[in-house]
Design a protein around this ligand. Sequence first.
Ligand code: HPA
Length: 273
Amino acid sequence: MVKKVEETVSFLRGYVNNDPEILLILGSGLGNFAKIVENKTEISYNEIPNFPVSTVEGHEGKLIFGKLGKTHIVIMNGRFHYYEGYSLKQVVFPIYVLNSLGSKTLIVTNAAGGINRDFKPADLMIIKDHINLLGDNPLIGQKQLCKRFIDMTNAYNSNLIKLTKNVAKQKGISIKEGVYACLSGPSYETPAEINMLSIIGADAVGMSTVPEVIAARHCSMDVLGISCITNMAAGISDNLLSHEEVMQNAKKAGKNMNILLKNVIWGLNSESL
Ligand code: HPA
């Protein structure tokens, strides 16, 4: 893994002059944000050595380097999921690469089913903690890159959460906060499974994010996670679940998500001045 990371980093250094300070992962249907980035350099995943290729509709599959205000960022437009058949090591490979390239902050977004009955479709939720129900962990068998046993108490950075809440308030965006549970998918959950998730403390459910957050914490990155509640989870409403509904509501929430992301990134820059 270390050798592959080095190989990919040196390939990317051939394309980018400035180290991206922030890595932003855009979830299903949330790829629009990339449009507001300036001075863009885009590289398709299939051109990048050692990168897997994203196979999900709504995930474009490219890295976008660019600037937002004064901040150099890199966007993963499209991510890799366990349910696509990748190992978790493959899923998190880009995290190690982009951290090596200079990113010390990870902002991760996703589409999620709402379990908390106070939520409604197209709400945004700050992830305050997660429950890993993948039955796997990206750090298994990895001892070269960093230490093995990492603390996950403050996986989601409290300063970033505070900043996001402030931005939401300033911009008049209502924002929820909750615990994200990650299951493998690709089948959606049964109502009984959602009932169980509710009992164990989950507010939202999805099929991504947790592996990337574990890897990011493995590299001591500061993490902010925001879910877009694209549907109510199975059995919470009478609706049946579909990827189409997920994509539609992700688009609906996209505007607020973009305002939030843009201003959080600006806020981060002015805080670090
Ligand atoms: N379950 C799992 N993953 C999801 C959902 C859901 O209801 N909605 C969007 N991603």
